[in-house]
Write a protein that binds this ligand. Structure first.
Ligand code: TYD
Ligand code: MG
Length: 454
């Protein structure tokens, strides 16, 4: 018997080496190189494709203008949030990778979508038994007769079932559990993940069937397996959120068929995930009484305006070094804003603990939230509540200047729709809105905000 061929792979970045070494020369990680068995397959194919079909599929060069895209119909997944993040539905023959922390709801999301789909769907699970999946499906309710469950991990067997069933869409939970006979190393290893993904890509492209893969993530938040996995697939989606909160956010990190700015919001309920179509109304608590330290920011996630509540607590520091902590907001940015307030608005925050929280357990990167953070901190520091009909949308610069934000008019209209009476924006934003009932307060410096609020 011929000697089995082995290669060394870095488990962190997927680089390949001919011999073992302590440090990966590509990504500089230590102790990540592992020997894996590789065996060149005789026929690296998703099925032993007959020669005749092979011939028909030989592709020829075409002029861009001659390529026909009119027939390119996307699969509508019946889930408005999922469609939005994908850029308008699943593209035939595309490979989508969905990553996320354990227990965040990846299996729930995809099973729920599979159950709602009006197409014949095959849900392949290497993680749970058919009974377990059925129990989950019963919790989620709306069940079509088009969803087939297969519990299998060997790709060759999966393809055999696919050939028999001819599904329109295939979901695989998860890529790390798959195993191909052509490679001898264990499931979840770099070479297995690479091989199984290659087989699935080949299958997807040849049959124009969209495939959705679930991927585990490592403890630092990356999708487990080689980095090239993300290069191989067409779309990389990330399902995130705080497990102790009910909101889950679906983002696209890479999308060959659409924008990566779009965002899907779900709420985890007893009976599966519910699409949140009116996020602004849910994320701001309509309180009766006004509380100090609360301010509402008019942010924008993708194309969607999102009103978010910011809570700040400023208290006298008990220990020598004041504590600063931020949930859902960049802690470095909080420190910067505090320094600006100290320098430009004369607030002596140096001896105060400052805690900041974005409600709903979501993380916001939109710089337009800055002004609401400033307002919340000032309000808590003075122990004076802001009117709950005020909202804010502007970035704060290092010199205390209030900077304009993109698409301010869309934010103003959303605030007006939700019944806010006043919105604070930068003086430098160009606003050509007419007939608005909301008062647009233009400010240019942090000092102006202090003046306007007292
Ligand atoms: P799951 O989809 O198994 O997560 P993942 O596949 O990302 O590991 O989701 C697990 C969590 O979701 C679990 O803790 C229970 C919760 N859950 C609900 O709250 N409601 C439901 O209807 C379902 C099915 C799950
Ligand atoms: Mg799962």
């Amino acid at each position: 018997m011929a000697k089995a061929k082995t290669t060394f792979f870095c488990q962190n970045c997927g680089s390949q080496f001919s011999k073992w070494q302590g440090q990966c020369t590509a990504c500089k990680a230590w102790n990540t190189i592992v020997e894996e068995l590789v065996q060149k397959p005789e026929k690296n194919d998703w099925k032993a494709a007959s020669a005749s079909t092979e011939k028909k599929r030989v592709s020829k060069p075409l002029r861009v203008s001659d390529i026909d895209t009119s027939k390119e119909v996307r699969f509508n997944t019946e889930d408005a949030e999922f469609n939005r993040v994908l850029g308008g539905g699943l593209v035939p023959g595309s490979l989508t990778l969905l990553g996320g922390e354990p227990g965040i709801g990846k299996s729930t999301l995809l099973l729920q979508i599979a159950l709602k789909l009006p197409f014949k769907t095959l849900y392949v699970s290497g993680e749970e038994s058919q009974k377990q999946i059925k129990m989950r499906a019963e919790r989620i309710q709306p069940t079509t007769d088009n969803c087939y469950i297969l519990t299998e991990t060997k790709t060759q067997n999966i393809f055999r079932q696919i050939e028999a069933l001819e599904p329109d869409i295939v979901v695989v939970d998860s890529i790390q559990t798959l195993h191909s006979d052509y490679i001898e190393s264990s499931s979840g290893s770099i070479s297995q993940i690479k091989e199984c993904t290659t087989e699935l890509i080949k299958f997807a492209k040849e049959t124009a069937t969209p495939v959705i893969l679930i991927g585990h993530i490592t403890k630092d938040g990356h999708i487990a397996g080689p980095k090239i996995l993300e290069h191989m697939v067409d779309t990389v989606l990330q399902f995130e959120g705080d497990r102790n909160h009910v909101f889950r956010i679906l983002r696209a990190h890479k999308n060959r068929f659409g924008s990566t700015n779009e965002l899907g919001i779900y709420e985890m309920q007893g009976a599966g995930l519910r699409e949140v179509t009116n996020p602004s109304e849910i994320l701001i608590s309509k309180k009766d009484g006004e509380l100090s330290g609360n301010a509402v920011a008019a942010t924008l996630e993708g194309m969607r305006p999102l009103m978010i509540e910011v809570q700040a607590l400023v208290s006298t520091a008990v220990y020598g070094t004041p504590q600063r902590s931020a949930t859902g907001f960049n802690a470095k940015r909080l420190n910067m804003i505090l320094a600006v307030l100290e320098k430009r608005a004369g607030f002596r925050l140096g001896a105060k603990d400052v805690f900041l929280n974005i409600t709903g357990g979501i993380t916001v990167d939109d710089p337009a939230i800055d002004l609401a953070v400033v307002a919340a901190i000032l309000s808590s520091n003075e122990d004076e509540a802001l009117p709950n009909t005020y909202c804010f949308a502007a970035e704060v610069g290092l010199s205390g200047e209030i900077r304009p934000v993109q698409r301010v008019e869309q934010r103003i209209l959303e605030a007006e729709k939700l019944g806010f009476s006043t919105i604070f924006v930068s003086k430098y934003n160009k606003i050509s809105l007419k007939n608005t009932t909301i008062k647009i307060q233009l400010i240019s410096k942090v000092e102006d905000l202090v003046g306007a609020l007292v």
